[in-house]
Design a protein around this ligand. Structure first.
Ligand code: FES
Ligand code: FE2
Length: 451
């Protein structure tokens, strides 16, 4: 009898590599709960925690950095963010009664102000022996442009809320969105430091998810700033050198270039397509909370639909789990990349290389920042450094600089990227339209110098 199968030949090493199943995540960078080193570091920053339009007339239960919290709007309109369990006997305040000046627990009627102060204990006699210092944990919140931001750190290190130059520009309509992913925050954050996935995942893997020009491998240059970094993605498209700039600021703030740019003609300091934060829910759940920016001329080919931007959804492909599994398999997006790395990605299992230098860099920076805080140093805050809005760089510049007969184009692209970055940074001390106009003029002059 002859076998109707053949034993496959090859260098099979599954058994040799079974140790990968025992590898563990890196707690220093991934654990976000109260008292953890990374959690403490994250708690030194204002972070968005909700879309404000989700807070109605009922208490709104959320989970942030492993803490169960209740966000509510008291009857006079002020937002409060308090620990979920009533300080009396722990009933959840998601069943609380919203009143003027605070929230009341429906079990025995304790009432709390937005700062967690106990305002009333109706069932207790006047000579009650309850501790005078009892209170409910609460955090300060700010409502801004459709988002609710909170600060979960120690009250005495609360920084001013960081307002960037892109947060309130004329002619810019900002629409908030919020999308949750079932995985650790670092995976979602690192994706933004990985510019090379755009070439493959978003363009070559299956189809063009954004624009065809992303198929070209970009030159990447990183630029360090005192309170955050940016990097340039430089590509040649015909006679155009296209410098796409992404802001990256620890712990999880990013501003990317435009969403659907058309690199066909000159563009001087076009601004970012989104301003985005990564907010950890707990160790294995994460929210992206962001504004999409819509300006006249940002989407010349009409590739987007504002109506898709909102709670649980946005106007560009692959950001959430709202596609059926087969579609996700056939046409995976960012969400599928970061979620499928696992609940908490295991770095030991990776083999990182040249194109992962952004990811390696951000891990190093994050670890250093966490350790500095652990060693008693204060966390640097951009909002202390500027009186007005904080200058940022995210967006696209496109310069008409054709191939030069006597020059290696790779070197030329690098030089142009460095010059453009230098032009951006040289105007840091200016603000508002003065800064924008100065940068645009300098870019025009620089382009002209190639004619
Ligand atoms: S448990 Fe809230 S008042 Fe008693
Ligand atoms: Fe992506």
């Amino acid at each position: 009898m002859s076998a109707n199968f053949s034993i496959p030949e090859g260098n099979f090493r599954g058994h040799d590599r079974q140790h990968v199943w025992h590898m563990k995540p890196d707690p220093e960078l991934t654990e976000v709960g109260p008292g953890t080193p990374c959690g403490e570091y994250l708690r030194r920053h204002w972070m968005p925690v909700a879309m404000t339009d989700q807070v109605g007339d009922l208490p709104y239960r959320i989970r942030i950095l492993g803490e169960d919290l209740i966000l509510f709007r008291e009857k006079a309109g002020k937002l409060g963010l308090v620990h979920m369990h009533c300080a009396h006997r722990n009933m959840s305040l998601e069943f609380g009664i919203i009143e003027e000046g605070g929230i009341r627990c429906s079990y025995h009627g304790w009432k709390y102000g937005t700062d967690g102060t106990i305002l009333e204990r109706p069932c207790e006699p006047p000579n009650s022996r309850l501790r005078k210092d009892a209170c409910l944990g609460a955090y300060p919140v700010i409502e801004y442009q459709g988002l609710t931001f909170a600060y979960l750190g120690p009250a005495d290190t609360m920084p001013p809320f960081p307002v960037f130059d892109t947060f309130d520009e004329d002619g810019d309509e900002m629409l908030p969105y919020l999308i949750e992913s079932p995985c650790n925050w670092l995976q979602v954050m690192e994706n933004a430091w990985d510019p090379f996935h755009v070439v493959y995942l978003h363009t070559k893997a299956v189809r063009t998810q954004f624009i065809d020009a992303f198929a070209e491998l970009p030159r990447i240059e990183f630029f360090e700033r005192p309170y955050g970094d940016f990097y340039t993605n430089t590509r040649r498209v015909g006679d155009i050198i296209w410098i796409r700039v992404h802001d990256k600021m620890l712990p999880g703030f990013t501003q990317n270039g435009g969403h659907f740019p058309v690199p066909e003609q000159s563009l001087y300091f076009g601004r970012c397509g989104l301003s985005r934060w990564i907010t950890p829910v707990d160790d294995v759940n994460t929210m992206v909370i962001a504004w999409r920016h819509f300006r006249e001329g940002d989407d010349p080919e009409g590739l987007t639909d504002k109506a898709q931007v909102g709670f649980g959804t946005t106007d560009f492909y692959g950001q959430g789990g709202d596609r059926d599994y087969q579609q996700r398999q056939r046409d995976p997006g960012d969400y599928d990349a970061w979620v499928s790395q696992g609940p908490i990605n295991i770095h030991q299992r990776e083999h990182t290389g040249y194109t992962d230098r952004g990811v390696s860099m951000v891990r190093r920076k994050l670890r250093k920042a966490i350790r500095k805080l652990q060693a008693g140093e204060s966390v640097p805050q951009a909002s202390f450094a500027y009186d007005g809005p904080i200058p940022s760089y995210g967006g696209d510049t496109m310069l008409e600089i054709p191939l030069q007969a006597d020059r290696d184009d790779e070197i030329l692209l690098q030089q142009v990227a460095q010059k453009v970055a230098a032009i951006y940074m040289a105007s840091d001390q200016l603000s508002g339209s003065e800064r924008v106009e100065k940068i645009r003029q300098d870019l025009r002059d620089y382009e002209e110098s190639w004619r």
